[in-house]
Design a binder for this molecule. Structure first.
Ligand code: SF4
Length: 441
């Protein structure tokens, strides 16, 4: 076969990144050469994101930018991921720059799509459930000591504002043996930190055995040689139960960290979102977690400007933030998504009000974060070395159990560099915005 070089640009969330890494593994297995530089590629694939407006914009701009390369070496431009799954034909019609599309359930067909396109089929359009085999090869794009482990696909929660169930389909857990086999392979190749991801990890196993299997999965993962940290991302708050809390508390390898998107805190808005906990339930759950797992770091995310969110409802969210004192928080402004129930709701909030409220929420949360960081001064903690700072050569970037990759900032260590993947003891000497400053003991 003629040597064909492929470059894959991955956008969106960690789940999409795992799909990208699997597609790269399959392309290599099929004999394609790979490059991280799209300018050097014969074929460029964009693994898109498309669940809210800003993500769609980024995906479309990226496709248009990369289409410029077709004036040079690039012969084919294909799109995969949520934007291609959600808009399919419409996307092909609106973007003649694209030579083909692969759906979110078709990562297994990426090589076939490129081959058919190279043979002249235009546009190639594959959206018929060709998932990658469970033991598909995967080329990590994260630093070698850390990786995401996707345990399931799709979602059944059907929050009123969310298009993901219509894009990614119903909840499908990966079989336990397949998840363990992949984790073992990752450990063997030097991964020390496993970040568990899905749309909702707490639903894991219910479609297979009718029972929640996340806690048993964690116990099995904790037995793996070489794995040092296991981190839980995207937990659905209603299913954070005593069983799960007990495993987090008992298993030293399971990080004292939990990411649980709460989305809002006003009871009327929570009900309109289709969320099943009230503010009181959430406060009780958070204090229960902190009682059972002292020192746990809690991350959450909230939507600002949901239809019907008046000043009082927004005020309730601000008071909740001040009371809940979550260590890590991300905010999104509401995006009116066609095909969702909330898109039909009256009392849509104007963009200017969303932006004003976003700034208010950010300032409340940054005070909470600063107080949290101040409370860590002088503390000794174990951190995982990520590597030298690109911006600041004298600084090594590391993360504690309380810092998820890419979203929670770093522990910045001055002085002699330490190899990535090593665990070291540090003393916290200060903070700078979201980051902590530390010295090695
Ligand atoms: S749990 Fe998350 S992915 Fe599922 S419907 Fe709700 S917001 Fe969407």
């Amino acid at each position: 076969m003629e040597e064909i070089t492929v470059s894959l640009v991955s956008l969106g969330c960690a789940k999409n990144l795992v799909d990208s890494e699997v597609m790269l593994g399959l392309l290599k297995q099929e004999g394609f050469s790979l490059t991280t530089d799209p300018k050097q590629a014969d074929v460029v694939v964009v693994n898109t994101c498309g669940f809210i407006d800003v993500a769609r914009e980024e995906s479309i701009n990226t496709i248009l930018e990369l289409a410029e390369l077709k004036k040079k070496k690039c012969r084919l431009l294909l799109a995969a991921g949520c934007l291609s799954q959600r808009y399919g034909d419409e996307l092909l019609f609106l973007m003649p720059e694209l030579d083909g599309l692969v759906g979110t359930g078709d990562t297994g067909a990426i090589a076939a799509a490129i081959k058919r396109s190279l043979q002249g089929e235009r546009p190639v359009y594959i959206r018929r459930e060709n998932p990658a085999p469970e033991d598909a090869p995967r080329l990590l794009s994260t630093p070698g000591h850390t990786a995401y482990l996707k345990v399931a696909e799709g979602c059944d929660n059907n929050c009123s504002y969310c298009a993901i169930p219509s894009i990614r389909g119903p909840y499908r857990s990966r079989p336990l043996p397949a998840v363990l086999a992949e984790a073992e392979k990752l450990a063997a190749q030097g991964v020390r930190e496993l970040n568990l991801v899905a749309q909702d990890i707490t639903l894991y196993g219910t479609d297979l055995t009718g029972k929640r299997e996340l806690a048993p999965l964690l116990k099995e993962l904790a037995k793996l040689q070489g794995i040092t940290w296991i981190r839980l991302l995207y937990a659905y708050p209603e299913r954070v139960d005593k069983n799960l809390a007990a495993v987090i508390a008992a298993e030293p390898k399971v990080c004292n960290y939990l990411d649980l998107p709460l989305q809002h805190a006003d009871n009327r808005i929570l009900a309109r979102m289709g969320r099943r906990l009230t503010m009181e339930d959430m406060l009780a759950m958070l204090s229960g977690l902190r009682r059972e797992i002292p020192g746990i770091v809690l991350r959450s995310s909230f939507i600002i400007g949901f239809p019907g969110e008046g000043e009082e409802a927004f005020g309730n969210l601000l008071s909740f933030l001040a009371e809940a004192r979550l260590e890590r928080v991300g905010f999104f402004t509401y995006s009116r998504e066609e095909g969702t129930r909330a898109a039909t709701f009256r009392r849509q909030v104007p963009e200017s009000i969303k932006q004003r409220r976003l700034e208010q929420a950010l300032s409340v949360q940054s005070r909470v974060m600063e107080e949290h960081n101040r409370s860590l001064l002088g503390k000794i903690m174990t951190v995982l070395i990520d590597g030298p700072s690109a911006q600041d050569p004298g600084v090594t970037l590391a993360r504690s159990e309380g810092h998820a990759p890419e979203v929670d900032g770093y522990v910045r260590i001055s002085g002699r560099h330490q190899p990535p993947g090593r665990l070291v003891e540090v003393r916290i000497t200060g903070s700078c915005g979201q980051d902590l400053l530390a010295e090695i003991l």
